[in-house]
Design a protein around this ligand. Structure first.
Ligand SMILES: Nc1ncnc2c1ncn2[C@@H]1O[C@H](COP(=O)(O)OP(=O)(O)OP(=O)(O)O)[C@@H](O)[C@H]1O
Ligand SMILES: [Mg+2]
Length: 383
């Protein structure tokens, strides 16, 4: 069941899920999702691991050519650039034998919304649009292309990113509506459900027609594998009960890192099975609260002004108009000091740097992790 990776980490394969999702990435009239597949799940529940370790191999095994880009891989980079770079790297790695021998790839670069990724071909080489690039990858691979975009909601934060998404739609229509040739399938994943929904809400949007679905969290097989890996190291009268571990996993929002932490603590300095049982019975709230640990430490690290900005952002939701006179005054009232639109702008930039806030469009701001909202409202209610 389990398999240790090269860094010796604990990893439980999800091959069946990978196969089920791969099946949806097809033109099959019943099982396929021709508009693209959009999967959302909370932070730290295993989305990226699944794409990399489970889905890529299954797609390759069935003969597709997958291309994966993580729009959170470099928070400072334009998402459009990350997409261009990923496609450029793919093409650069696919010269024909003749091109390789002559070191003469006839393609120079990919351009997306004014951004450019060099491929390094011959001087007179072509420059490709995103649509061209995907057609090119399909032609070179002689197979269907699956474009996997992790944290896809990030694309809408820049012009180039949005351009890339529209171009992706055009590429998909071009490739899938022709009588033959490589097909293109697109899978978007993300932690921000509303953000993903933004990619399909109107027919102007690239994935109109698709819908956001829940990406399944790790389940019982994961818990069983963890228990099976840990129990042999525990004393005979101290083994973990899979039922307890499964209950803890649920309380922890199906976050593997949190579960390992809790299990380790109980195995190391609280009597393993009995301790975990007691914690579940007497201190379930404590377990639940662990999920929010990170929010607490993030929030505590903010300045008074940043906290006030975050509070008003949460209270106003999609109506949040940060630079309006009235908003600035409310922020000042909460912070207990004078402030200005410029200072609010700086605070928002800092919140974005800290990855608490994202900008789904010019002048629009939202929580990056929507789950933080309830936590923060509860904390404010406590005063
Ligand atoms: N199948 C698995 N088996 C064991 N551990 C896993 C598995 N999938 C994920 N994990 C662990 O869970 C943690 C989170 O995984 P991952 O980074 O894939 O989640 P994510 O949902 O992409 O997170 P983020 O919201 O930060 O992008 C990692 O420590 C990872 O090792
Ligand atoms: Mg991830």
């Amino acid at each position: 069941m389990t398999e240790s990776g090269n860094r010796g980490e604990f990893y439980v394969p999800r091959k069946e899920l990978a196969q089920a999702i791969a099946e949806r990435l097809s033109l099959d009239p019943l099982m396929g999702s021709p508009s693209g597949l959009m999967l959302a799940a909370p932070r730290r529940t295993g989305k990226s691991t699944f794409l990399r370790r489970d889905l890529l191999p299954v797609l390759r095994a069935r003969g597709d050519h997958p291309v994966l880009v993580d729009l959170w891989s470099d928070r400072k980079a334009d998402p459009g650039q990350l997409i261009a770079d990923a496609l450029a790297a793919e093409i650069a790695a696919m010269p024909s034998p003749v091109e390789r021998a002559a070191r003469a790839l006839p393609i120079k670069a990919i351009t997306i919304g004014g951004l450019r990724a060099e491929i390094g071909g011959v001087a007179e080489g072509r420059s490709l649009t995103l649509t061209d690039a995907l057609l090119e990858i399909g032609a070179r691979a002689k197979s269907d292309v699956v474009f996997l975009i992790d944290e896809a909601q990030q694309a809408v934060t820049t012009e180039a990113g949005l351009d890339a998404m529209f171009a992706l739609k055009a590429a998909r229509d071009a490739m899938n509506q022709r009588p033959e040739g490589a097909r293109l399938f697109v899978l978007c994943t993300g932690s921000n459900r509303d953000g993903l929904a933004g990619l399909l809400s109107t027919n102007q949007q690239p994935f109109y027609g698709a819908r956001v679905e829940d990406f399944p969290t790790l389940g019982r097989p994961y818990v069983e594998a963890l228990v099976a890996a840990i129990n042999p190291r525990l004393a005979e009268d101290n083994k973990l009960d899979p039922e307890d571990v499964a209950a803890a996993f649920r309380l922890l929002g199906h976050r593997p890192e949190k579960l390992v932490e809790v299990v380790q603590q109980h195995a190391a300095w609280l009597p393993g099975s009995a301790g975990l049982k007691r914690t579940l019975q007497e201190r379930a709230d404590e377990l639940r609260a662990r999920v929010w640990d990170q929010y607490g430490s993030d929030f505590d690290g903010l300045t008074v002004l940043q906290r006030a900005v975050l509070e008003v952002l949460i209270r106003d939701g999609s109506d949040f108009a940060p630079f309006h006179e009235k908003t600035v005054q409310r922020i000042a009232g909460i912070a207990g000091r004078k402030t200005s639109a410029q200072a609010v702008q700086k605070a928002l930039d800092a919140l974005r740097d800290k990855q608490l806030v994202w900008r789904p469009g010019r002048g629009r701001y939202a929580l990056e992790d929507p789950d933080m909202r309830d936590w923060l409202l509860a904390r404010m209610a406590q005063g």
